[in-house]
Write a protein that binds this ligand. Structure first.
Ligand code: ATP
Ligand code: MG
Length: 357
């Protein structure tokens, strides 16, 4: 079983107090897109933390298939990838009977609230989103409208449950800030100061932004065309070893200090990965390997990665051979998610003034 024992950070959201006063736990929502190969960044930045938080919060973990189609997805693959992400949640230790695991399109209230948020969010806010700029690149005229509007749907994913906390990787921080801006504007516009919570991101661990193994200045990503840029959760021991062996480094020996490491992005990235997988502080890992050759460090990193990821990959493979079981978890999760979302959407519709004759 994966290790889920490390304590999560204490809930620091002042808005949580209001929930607790009403006898409620904090509520978590987080999502992963079924866009391709799940990688070490998704695991260390998000999915591993899902399991670590599940005893302290009520959790909803979502496979965000509607986000995935903001760029083209082959329909048959999308279905398989959706099951793969759900399998990863389970393999990483999320308990699908206690917590809610589902796919976004099964809960239409997300898209219904997203339309309202499209009318709350301002063009200026959306135009500042760096992920859109990066993903659209030079081809802005040809990307989908959905890719531009996506952060408003993400805000709806969170606020349709009035979620108080969202565990994510560092790259999603700006979208979380937008979610807060949307909540604040909605609450102000409709003169209901406590309607939506001001949701807090939970970004923690030694690897909140895992970088590409080919380029320490670029985020590790599912959509990177080079498979050597990432370690996939389903990679076997040989593939992991080969990718770490080929990972970019510089010609110097291992850094002596944290400051030295931080000036060398490729080395810094591998040290952060090691620290996160070993559940150690990065400065302790720097001290352990200071002045050694990269080859020695890479051998240790390979052993650690295979030991930590091997069981998760194997469990994912096992679950993916049992789509009936995974579909059952998703179906059951969607029912429970809708039971929370539907009354909140009703409340929103009443607040906005939609007639229910
Ligand atoms: P895509 O390239 O399709 O956007 P992705 O790799 O960014 O894929 P997402 O599904 O967008 O994956 O993100 C899922 C979760 O993984 C989010 O919480 C995100 O912040 C986190 N995450 C993604 N990449 C990294 C990374 N390199 N390091 C740490 N966390 C990451
Ligand atoms: Mg992403």
């Amino acid at each position: 079983m994966p290790d889920t024992t490390t304590a999560a950070p204490p809930a620091s959201n002042p808005h949580l107090a209001a929930y607790q006063a009403r006898g409620l736990k904090g509520r978590i929502l987080s999502g992963v897109q079924p866009t391709g190969n799940l990688h070490l960044g998704n695991y260390l930045g998000a999915i591993r933390n899902f399991a670590r938080l599940q005893n302290d919060y009520e959790c909803l973990y979502c496979v965000v298939d509607q986000h995935a189609i903001t760029v083209w997805q082959e329909p048959a693959q999308l279905a398989a990838q959706t099951r793969e992400i759900a399998s990863a949640f389970l393999a990483a230790g999320v308990d699908g009977t206690k917590q809610i695991i589902f796919n976004q399109s099964m809960v239409p209230e997300h898209a219904q609230l997203a339309w309202i948020f499209n009318c709350v969010a301002r063009m200026g806010w959306m135009s500042r989103m760096t992920q859109f700029k990066e993903k659209a690149g030079k081809d802005r005229e040809n990307v989908s409208l959905g890719l531009f509007a996506y952060p408003a749907l993400m805000a709806a994913d969170i606020l349709i449950y009035k979620a108080t906390h969202v565990p994510v990787g560092e790259d999603q921080k700006q979208h979380l800030e937008l979610t807060r801006d949307i909540a604040i504007k909605f609450n102000n516009d409709f003169a209901q100061p406590d309607f939506f919570p001001i949701t807090e991101p939970l970004i923690f661990g030694a690897a909140t932004r895992v970088m590409s193994l080919r380029d320490g200045t670029k985020k590790m990503s599912k959509s990177d065309p080079s498979d050597y840029s990432r370690i996939n959760l389903t990679d076997d021991a040989d593939a992991i070893a080969q990718k770490i062996r080929r990972a970019k480094t510089d010609p110097l020996p291992m850094p002596d200090t944290l400051e030295d490491a931080e000036k060398r992005p490729d080395a810094d990235n591998l040290l952060g990965i090691y620290a996160a997988l070993a559940d150690q502080e990065k400065d302790a890992v720097v001290a352990q390997f200071a002045g050694k050759q990269f080859s020695e460090f890479k051998t240790a990193l390979t052993e650690l990665a295979v030991a930590k990821l091997g069981p998760i990959g194997a469990e994912m493979q096992r679950l993916m051979k049992d789509p009936g079981h995974v579909d059952g978890v998703l179906r059951n999760g969607a029912q429970r998610a809708r039971a929370i979302a539907a009354p909140i959407l009703d409340e929103v519709y009443r607040t906005v003034g939609f007639l229910k004759p």
